[in-house]
Design a protein around this ligand. Structure first.
Ligand code: HSE
Length: 417
């Protein structure tokens, strides 16, 4: 009998309980091992729910119970959740978690601890929610040299960017709506400033490139400064604006960032809207592989946890240590990279001068800029897309344009290739 306990009966934990209660007979038959939900650790009593008969508030009821072979850690926050993982691993129990903060911060330590205790530490649900992506990277695509990942890894910001464009609203208005619907937290910073996506791309990159990526090294730009006018102007050139979490291997190291980018409508990520997530993986043999689905939510995330539970059922023995335990990624300096930039200018509106402005933009930035014109929703906003330039070149050219026209650039974004 393979007994399982759940730490934390919140949204995801209760989803794990629901699926286990629904499917444990089937899974037991299918995988030839009797599987049982045995306990749920939570300080709430959950009276009147299907979880009540499993509830205990004492973690030692689980940690001290040798029958329990695996625990899921579906507790939020960082240190308490990490301590539960450590205690469970030391007690010889497999740990499956959806907590990306714990995985990004302590993933190396916990993987090593699991190895030392002959158990497994699994975290498919920590990036991409219900989308199977960690197992494909670890196993299915592991013969490939993976050289690039581009993802939409945060459902809240994708919902907000989609809603801003569709409903012609401001960042503040769409944030309020996302908070009302329960997607964004009261303090929305982890989502809207890109930190959540930074942790997820760091986790995926550590696995894909066999070298640990510290999420603190991910260059992170959020979506607070994106306006409806940006969406409108981008769309006029055939682009959508998406928060892209990307990493790419090159000779001088790993380029990794989270930032809003213009994504052309022919790009594979452009059709990923609302709360959906997607991950585009580029590998030496597979070429492009795209993974798409629900990046958050009770049952989708719990589904990924069940995938890990089943993997442990199938292979409970200690696995070899992943390369990211001993290798650390070298992060490259992107400042010399040439990329195309979307440039938003704030201008005093004067129709008679718009030809002159365009002439000045072309004089300074070169004839092949893509001029997007004035925003219909805001006649003080003009935008264009530059040729491939470095960050410094863009800054120098903007200074030149300012000297000629007294017009300030108010915002720039990279264009996804
Ligand atoms: N806040 C996260 C998101 C939840 O919006 O994607 C899932 O990790």
């Amino acid at each position: 009998m393979f007994h399982i306990a759940i730490f934390g009966c919140g949204v995801v934990g209760s989803g794990v309980a629901d699926i286990l209660l629904d499917k444990q007979e089937y899974i037991s038959r299918r995988f030839n091992t009797e599987l049982r939900l045995t306990k749920i650790v939570d300080i709430r009593k959950m009276d009147g729910t299907p979880y009540a008969e499993y509830i205990t508030s004492d973690k030692n009821d689980v940690l001290g119970d040798d029958k329990i072979k695996l625990v899921t850690v579906t507790v939020g926050g960082l240190d308490m959740a990490a301590d539960i993982c450590r205690d469970a691993l030391r007690a010889g129990k497999h740990v499956v978690t959806s907590n990306k903060a714990v995985v990004a911060e302590y993933g190396r330590e916990l993987t090593l601890l699991a190895y030392e205790n002959n158990v497994r530490f699994m975290y498919e649900a920590s990036a991409g929610g219900g989308i199977p992506i960690i197992r494909p990277l670890n196993i299915c695509m592991s013969a490939n040299d993976i050289y690039e990942i581009q993802g939409i890894l945060n459902g809240t910001t994708n919902y907000m960017l989609t809603g801003m464009y569709k409903n012609k609203v401001s960042f503040d208005a769409v944030l309020k709506e996302a908070q009302h619907l329960g997607y964004a937290e009261a303090d929305p910073s982890a989502d809207v400033d890109g930190y959540d996506a930074a942790r997820k791309i760091a986790i995926l990159s550590s696995i894909a490139y066999h070298a640990f990526v510290d999420y603190r090294r991910v260059k992170c730009v959020g979506i607070r400064d994106v306006t409806y006018a940006d969406h409108e102007l981008a769309a006029s050139g055939g682009y959508l604006i998406k928060l892209i979490a990307g990493s790419r291997i090159s000779d001088d190291g790993l380029r990794i960032s989270v930032e809003p980018k213009l994504v052309h409508k022919t790009h594979m990520l452009s059709s990923v809207s609302s709360v959906y997530n997607a991950v585009l993986v580029r590998g030496s043999y597979i070429g492009d592989a795209m993974f798409y689905g629900q990046g958050a939510g009770k049952l989708a995330t719990a589904s990924a946890i069940l995938g890990d539970i089943i993997e442990v059922l199938e292979a409970p023995e200690r696995q070899s240590l992943p390369d990211f335990i001993s290798n650390t990624a070298c992060i490259a300096d992107r400042s010399h990279d040439r990329e195309r930039f979307y440039v938003r200018l704030t201008v005093p509106f004067n129709d008679n001068e718009s030809d002159e402005l365009l002439r000045n933009i072309k004089d300074v930035f070169g004839g092949s800029v893509v001029y997007l014109g004035y925003a219909l929703s805001d006649d003080s906003t003009v935008a264009f897309i530059s040729e491939k330039r470095t960050e410094n070149e863009i800054e120098d050219l903007l200074a030149l344009l300012r000297a000629r026209t007294y017009i300030e650039a108010s915002y720039t974004m990279r264009v996804a290739e």
